[in-house]
Design a protein around this ligand. Structure first.
Ligand SMILES: Cc1ncc(COP(=O)(O)O)c(C=O)c1O
Length: 389
């Protein structure tokens, strides 16, 4: 089977993980800090905090943003559920803006329209498929309404903004959150990281991922419990706020460090594959690729075809089964969040998101990952032409 996405593991990755397995620290060891420093350097941010998943990172970002009852997070109608859930975990509310038809990212006009009717505390844009949103404009909007901005960059490790700087540098936001799930640019099994340039945010994130514990004596709140006759009590630490166990392990960070060495190779290959598809599907009547001509800045996490199923004369379910019979797995990214039963209860109006629903009705992701070889890609191209073209 050719999946839609997949990790690439080589001998160095395996060696790196085995080395940790034979070492003193499976978790809470030195590799976490080392991985964080390397990621900070790569994206051009001051600080990074590695966590168990992007979902965990989004949750912590919402806590740091002080989302609670009555506070509203605004995100894109087309995203994975965890972007929307991050505010709900904190007792807040999530509302959505429609997408832009050509980028599939959150629409600037729709953000403006939505904030004219709602008080928004956080804007959480999503870099769909690895293509960065127009963050310059989003930052301007955020400034006007005094909103915190955190970027859901689950798809976008290795991507660049239109000014050439790296997603994750937090040039236009307070925090950026990445995913290292196996289908993403680099893999740590499960895993994620939050980047920021704000020291206070960094310190709070580090506490929150570890139960809200503080171990540094200068930061203790109850000094009288921390010292005996001016000598620090060696066992002492403080739980200063409600935190979680979102600690990533040294095993995962060893894999992440080894994968990070290959990031340029990974991103270049993804771009090459995407461009080859673009060329091959140039003149197809029943479908068009999304985000075409935007490959150079994107991390090219997904390759999505917009298909006119009416014109094609078959349903998406039938087409996906036809692909599966040839050994090709396809997927749909994503069901609009408001269509899930959990969100249906909240009475959002589908008519507010015409572009998102038009996109959803026609989207199909085809295979794109580092290990997809030329022969496999030509086979996928042939099958697309045969079954859709
Ligand atoms: C846009 C988006 N945000 C967040 C996530 C959550 O990432 P994780 O699986 O690392 O929690 C995903 C996962 O695919 C995603 O696609």
């Amino acid at each position: 089977m050719i999946p839609y996405g997949k990790h690439h593991i080589d001998k160095d990755d395996i060696k790196a993980v085995i080395k940790v397995l034979k070492s003193e620290n499976l978790t809470q060891g030195p590799l976490i800090d080392y991985f964080e420093k390397k990621v900070s350097k790569y994206v051009g941010a001051k600080y990074s905090v590695a966590v168990t998943s992007c979902t965990a990172g989004l949750h912590l970002a919402s806590i740091v943003s002080k989302i609670n009852k009555g506070k509203v997070l605004l995100t894109s109608a087309i995203t994975f559920a965890s972007t929307a859930n991050s505010a709900l975990f904190c007792g807040g509310e999530t509302i959505f803006a429609d997408i832009d038809k050509s980028t599939i990212n959150i629409s600037i006009d729709s953000i403006k329209n939505t904030i004219s009717k709602n008080k928004v505390h956080v804007i959480a844009p999503v870099h769909f498929g690895g293509l960065a949103c127009d963050m310059k404009k989003i930052k301007q909007i955020g400034k006007k309404i005094n909103a915190i901005i955190f970027e859901d960059a689950a798809h976008a490790f290795g991507a660049k903004y239109s000014d050439g700087s790296k997603v994750g540098s937090c040039k236009y936001s307070d925090m950026t959150i990445f995913s290292f799930h196996p289908v993403k640019s680099i893999a740590t099994g499960e895993g994620g990281i939050i980047t920021t340039n704000n020291k206070k945010i960094y310190e709070q994130l580090k506490r929150l991922r570890n139960h809200g514990l503080e171990k540094e004596q200068e930061k203790f709140l109850l000094k009288k419990n921390a010292f005996t006759n001016d000598l620090k009590n060696p066992w002492y630490y403080e739980m200063q706020e409600l935190g979680y166990n979102y600690r990533i392990t040294d095993i995962q960070c060893a894999l992440g460090l080894s994968q990070l060495k290959k990031i340029d190779k990974f991103i270049n290959k993804r771009k090459k594959i995407a461009k080859k598809y673009d060329l091959a599907f140039e003149n197809l009547k029943n479908c068009k690729p999304i985000q075409k001509n935007m490959r150079d800045f994107s991390s090219n996490h997904l390759y999505v075809l917009k298909i006119n199923f009416k014109k094609l004369g078959k349903t998406r379910a039938k087409l996906m089964n036809e692909f599966r019979k040839t050994g090709i797995m396809t997927q749909v990214h994503y069901i609009p969040v408001i269509s899930h039963p959990y969100f249906k209860k909240k009475n959002y109006d589908e008519n507010d998101f015409p572009n998102a629903f038009d996109y959803y009705d026609s989207a199909l992701s085809i295979p794109l990952y580092y290990d997809l070889n030329n022969k496999q890609q030509l086979f996928v191209i042939d099958q697309v032409k045969k079954l859709i073209g």
